[in-house]
Design a protein around this ligand. Structure first.
Ligand code: NDP
Ligand code: PYC
Length: 342
């Protein structure tokens, strides 16, 4: 998408985390949850993952104000089997549930070679890569899926049913930052449709349909009773179905079509589930996974690949470390206003 760039400012990452944390705490979120959400959202902004950066703050706050999500929920972690951890997020956010279960999950993955974390009764309103990348930073592989809210027409279907259902994967790579990809199984993330509508840009052909089921490149028509399509036709649709099964059916969370937020005007955060699978590559063949991973990257580069998944984010991150995190001037003023006592 192109267009004029609104005026922006740059501020240190820690200052943005602090600002967001203050906002969350002022809006009925516990200190513990606020810290996790603020770091997550600031990291997305820092990495140029704008569909899940500070753009999301009004949605978090309207959901909290509507009583749809509990910003003070305390997750309950259950050790259910040698390689299985379950968490009831208590109607709160998924990231604090992951944080609460993480030490047990990692210990199990290192012991058994693989461990699964099933989070249910949770709201995930963020990018998924922050949930997997840290595992790869400590030498583990991680794969995560989360379902969202009905807004995607399954391939061959007539009406929306699936969520935008992202899949994220992270793997260590010798001498380099982890290899990470994170992608919606819809042609576009819902957040990017909202941004396109706000900025008055068309979305690419094949992204969605209008309320009559006709193909459209008008983001507002997708939002006003229309729907998104899966990426890659039947293939993306099958992956989206898999996400519904793993993130909802397996965890005990809601399907993307399984909750009704109409009684909570302002509710934006999908009340679903999330699955994370963590693997210790040292238990695999030869224990040289990171070196093999590096070999693959070099081979990809040798055949002409100039951009690996995750590289753009790492570049943005490196720039932010030197120059600060970029936030639109108007957006920043709104954030500061939200952080002040009522
Ligand atoms: P993109 O299509 O922008 O990117 C998908 C992946 O492909 C990223 O890892 C990206 O790396 C990589 N990539 C993009 N372009 C290229 C390229 N030209 N060459 C090589 N790699 C490339 O992401 P989506 O729009 O699908 O998703 C955006 C975000 O929305 C994700 O973080 C996702 O988790 C989030 N989301 C969250 C949902 C939720 O329920 N919580 C629901 C749906 C989406 P890089 O990041 O470096 O650009
Ligand atoms: O961008 O599709 C999306 C999304 C859904 C929930 C959070 N983000």
């Amino acid at each position: 998408m192109s267009g004029s760039h609104p005026p922006s400012e740059r501020l240190p990452f820690e200052a943005l985390v602090q600002l967001l944390q203050t906002i969350f705490v002022r809006h009925d979120v516990s200190q513990e949850v606020a810290q996790v959400l603020a770091h997550n959202c600031a990291a997305a902004q820092r990495d140029g993952a704008h569909s899940h950066g500070v753009f999301r703050i009004p949605g978090y706050l309207s959901s909290l104000a509507s009583g749809w999500v509990d910003g003070r929920a305390v997750p309950v972690v259950e050790d259910v089997a040698a390689g299985f951890v379950r968490v009831d997020a208590g109607g709160g956010f998924a990231q604090p549930a992951l944080a609460a279960a993480r030490p047990l999950l990692v210990a199990k993955a290192r012991e058994a070679g693989i461990a699964v974390l099933a989070i249910r009764n949770s709201h995930h309103f963020a990018a998924l890569w922050p949930d997997v990348e840290p595992f790869a930073q400590e030498g583990l592989l991680a794969l995560s899926v989360v379902n969202s809210m009905t807004c995607v027409v399954p391939h061959g279907g007539q009406r929306p049913l699936f969520g935008t259902n992202p899949i994220a994967f992270a793997a260590p790579c010798q001498g380099l930052a982890p290899i990470v990809f994170d992608m919606a199984t819809s042609a576009l993330a819902h957040g990017d449709v909202q941004i396109a509508a706000r900025q008055g840009h068309a979305v690419p052909p094949g992204t969605g349909v209008d309320r009559d089921g006709q193909p459209t490149t008008d983001p507002q028509a997708i939002l006003d009773g229309g729907a998104l399509l899966p990426f890659g036709g039947h293939k993306g649709s099958a992956l989206s179905m898999m996400v519904e099964l793993l993130a909802a059916a397996l965890t005990g969370g809601n399907f993307s079509f399984g909750f009704d937020w109409s009684g909570h005007p302002g509710a934006k955060t999908p009340w679903t589930g999330q699955l994370i699978i963590v693997i210790d590559p040292d238990k695999g063949a030869g224990g040289d996974f990171a070196a093999r991973s590096r070999e693959l990257v070099e081979r990809m580069q040798a055949v002409g690949v100039t951009r690996l998944a995750g590289e753009r984010r790492y570049r943005e991150r490196a720039r932010a470390q030197v120059e600060g995190v970029e936030v639109g001037r108007e957006e920043l003023a709104q954030l500061v206003a939200l952080s002040l006592p009522a």
